[in-house]
Design a protein around this ligand. Structure first.
Ligand SMILES: C=C1C[C@]23C[C@@]1(O)CC[C@H]2[C@@]12CCC[C@@](C)(C(=O)O1)[C@H]2[C@@H]3C(=O)O
Ligand SMILES: O=C(O)CCC(=O)C(=O)O
Ligand SMILES: [Fe+2]
Length: 359
């Protein structure tokens, strides 16, 4: 039985103040502990250039005959894109949004019944990366790995089974979509299933993969310009598929453009290249630095499907993508090991497994 995500942080406890979760609705002023200045957000040394660009990540129609090339191009230039005609029913997206709204609408004491433990992955709490920052983020989250049954029973003693069905169906759809996107992107580089032996059993068998679902809530904020919803980070995944409600807040960073807002497009999904895909593609695809801002009038919800390989699978650059005269840019790493490295070294994790070539 391969090691699951649930075990990942057993030796890496993080102590986050769940019990200090404020009741966001009653705050009229931003408490000092939530007031971010640019120096609170410099871990990735992203230049705070003003958002002058009108450009944003591409919206790709998956039914378009050139979709694979468009995805490949977006993974190389932005590390992110939006997709339309993805085949996930609108009603399912609406159900997941309803579930998320209903979860975060529960009284704090009820949510804390399903609080994430210091060594756990699943449950209610602030983002894991919070431990790297001096200031608190204006958000709350709920992570699901494996069956949500136990946690959901604590949250909704009456309706947990309905909500479990929604999560199960959503994960099922997302798994298939993520695999399709991965192969479209790799095919655009001339990489096919025979070149990636751990993923090549047959395209219908996705048992090599696993996932976590991250539900995020960014409440209305009295002083949004001084607050941060979710600090800048890259995801550790192969790919992340994000659903956002109809409220802007997600921003992606480009060295040449600065922070760019990803406008919500009803019914579409955002796809991020994660660090493992960056490694697998030998750095051709860029894991995207992103963050979430908040606003003064509308609460924002997002649902993140974080997708990667089973914890014991070693990911390394596809040999075809490494020039015969050079060594691969990255050493091989399992998702488990990478998550542990990230839990300790955060923004330095990717460079820590990079092979430094002699000039
Ligand atoms: C599989 C995972 C990726 C994640 C850590 C986790 O174990 C479960 C939560 C994920 C998440 C969601 C919010 C942002 C993020 C950086 C975090 O703190 O928790 C990601 C983690 C990640 O991609 O590294
Ligand atoms: O809420 C968002 O738009 C971003 C969420 C995110 O980056 C995450 O959950 O990893
Ligand atoms: Fe993220």
């Amino acid at each position: 039985m391969p090691a699951m995500l649930t075990d990942v942080f057993r030796g890496h406890p993080i102590h986050l103040p769940h019990s200090h979760q404020p009741d966001f609705t009653s705050l009229r002023e931003l408490p000092d502990s939530y007031s971010w200045t640019p120096k609170d957000d410099i871990l990735f040394a992203a230049a705070p250039s003003p958002p002058t660009a009108v450009e944003t990540i591409p919206l790709i129609d998956l039914d378009h005959p050139d979709a694979a090339n468009q995805i490949g191009h977006a993974c190389r230039t932005w590390g992110a894109f939006q997709i339309a005609n993805h085949g996930v029913p609108l009603s399912l997206l609406q159900d997941v949004e309803f579930l998320t709204g209903s979860l975060f609408g529960l009284p704090v004491q009820r949510k804390l019944k399903a609080a994430r433990s210091d060594t756990g992955v699943s449950g209610y709490g602030v983002a894991r990366i919070a431990s790297f920052f001096n200031k608190q983020m204006w958000s709350e989250g709920f992570t699901i790995t494996g069956s949500p049954l136990n946690d959901f029973r604590k949250l909704w003693p009456q309706h947990h089974l309905n909500y479990c069905d929604i999560v199960e169906e959503y994960e099922e759809r997302m798994k298939k979509l993520a695999s399709k996107l991965m192969w479209l992107a790799l095919n655009s580089l001339g990489v096919s299933e025979e070149d990636v032996e751990w993923a090549s059993l047959n395209s219908a068998d996705l048992s090599w993969a696993q996932a976590a679902l991250q539900l995020n809530h960014y409440p209305v904020c009295p002083e949004p310009d001084r607050a941060m919803g979710l600090a800048a980070h890259t995801d550790s995944t192969l790919l992340t598929i994000l659903y956002q409600n109809n409220t802007a807040g997600l921003q992606v960073f480009r060295d040449d453009l600065g922070w760019i807002t990803v406008p919500p497009v009803p019914g579409s999904l955002v796809v991020n290249v994660g660090d493992l895909f960056h490694i697998l593609s030998n750095g051709l695809f860029k894991s995207v630095l992103h963050r979430a801002r908040v606003n003064q009038t509308r609460a924002r919800l997002s649902v993140d499907f974080l997708w990667g390989p089973q914890s014991d699978i070693k990911i390394s650059p596809v040999p075809k993508l490494v020039s015969p005269l050079e060594s691969p840019l990255y050493r091989s790493v399992t998702w488990k090991k990478y998550l542990q490295t990230k839990a300790t070294h955060f923004n330095k994790a990717l460079s820590m497994i990079r092979n430094h070539r002699e000039e």
